[in-house]
Design a protein. Structure first.
Lengths: 209, 209
């Protein structure tokens, strides 16, 4: 008998540099929260394990998965394709696990369309000036790329209204506990089917009368 | 200029003995949370202050308030009338305060009808057996009253589906932090009007370009 509730699906998005990756790493693996594993056509890097870090696939396999409707969302980044395998996510949810997708806003909107019960969390930078500082500090992007990212950021933020929650990542620790808090609160939402909860008390009443 | 968000209205209900009163006292006064002050026709007890503990009113005044639609909900308990003055609640919300109504389930449903944006939290006992123990331990009710309360409890729990969240009050401290957590998470909900949030970034972009 399954006596757990179905898990919930969370999409965590935000402009590049807002800190969604760090936040996801901090909350994954604990409190019944699992990161979704993406499928990608890019080559494995040293140490990366198939089925743990990514599901590695050829371009042909990837396109086949799209065609069969096996992906909740997908996107092409620098000629490599990345996507979220639907079956893996659903099987985790059915085992009562909460699943987190760290994907961009376009991907989040794709997921919402296919799984309207998904809960979308938008990670915001405290300001564009601070976002620029962070991107510069990373030393991974050229000044041109950074300016391009900043220009995209405002367009992304304009889609905030499609999301369910927003967390301003000012202090990382606070942002992490805010996201955890949202997941905890959502676990206390009255589900559509209240029968399992009420049933516990009904059975007890039946026993004690 | 008002630069705060409007506060949110929380209804906290639960069967007698589930602990809603203790939970409300624990969270009120902090973190921008205020208890609503009820109007009542009962006589003030020593030390009770009009406008702080209750708005004391004559039966005539109370009925007049009902007639004028000034009450969000009301009920008669042991010949005394209790109700929630709408204006006082709305003025607190407009000042950006979160307001808590500690009322029974019927009252909660009345509020939801008049203010559908209210967030309803149901406090559940861990079990009916533990609820009975608690009611006996209080030593305020006769065995007959306790049995009557327990019989009512199941009917109340059956209305759980009308509520938004539920918190099982097993350990008081955990239940208090769960309710606080719900209020924190709700503060991070993307509002219907996202313009004020997006506007901050737009203005900054305008300034930095």
């Amino acid at each position: 008998m399954r006596n757990h509730q179905r898990g919930k699906l969370y999409v965590i998005s935000g402009p590049s540099g807002a800190g969604k990756g760090t936040i996801c790493k901090a909350i994954a693996g604990k409190d019944n929260i699992e990161l979704s594993i993406s499928m990608t056509t890019r080559n494995p890097r040293p140490g990366e394990i198939h089925g743990k870090d990514y599901f590695f696939a050829t371009k042909e396999e990837f396109l086949d998965n799209i065609e069969k409707g096996n992906l909740l969302e997908y996107a092409t980044v620098y000629e490599n394709m990345y996507g979220t395998p639907k079956d893996a996510v659903i099987s985790k949810l059915e085992r009562g696990r909460n699943v987190i997708l760290e994907i961009d806003i376009q991907g989040g909107l794709q997921v919402k369309k296919l799984m309207p019960e998904a809960i979308l969390i938008f990670i915001l930078p405290p300001s564009l000036a601070i976002l620029r500082e962070r991107l510069v500090g990373r030393q991974t992007d050229s000044p041109e790329v950074i300016e391009k990212r900043l220009a995209e950021t405002l367009n992304e933020i304009k889609l905030l209204g499609e999301y369910d929650y927003y967390v301003v990542n000012d202090e990382l620790e606070e942002a992490v506990s805010a996201v955890k808090g949202i997941i905890d609160a959502e676990a206390r939402r009255v589900p559509d089917k209240v029968k399992p909860i009420i049933g516990r008390y009904e059975r007890e009443k039946g026993e004690t009368e």
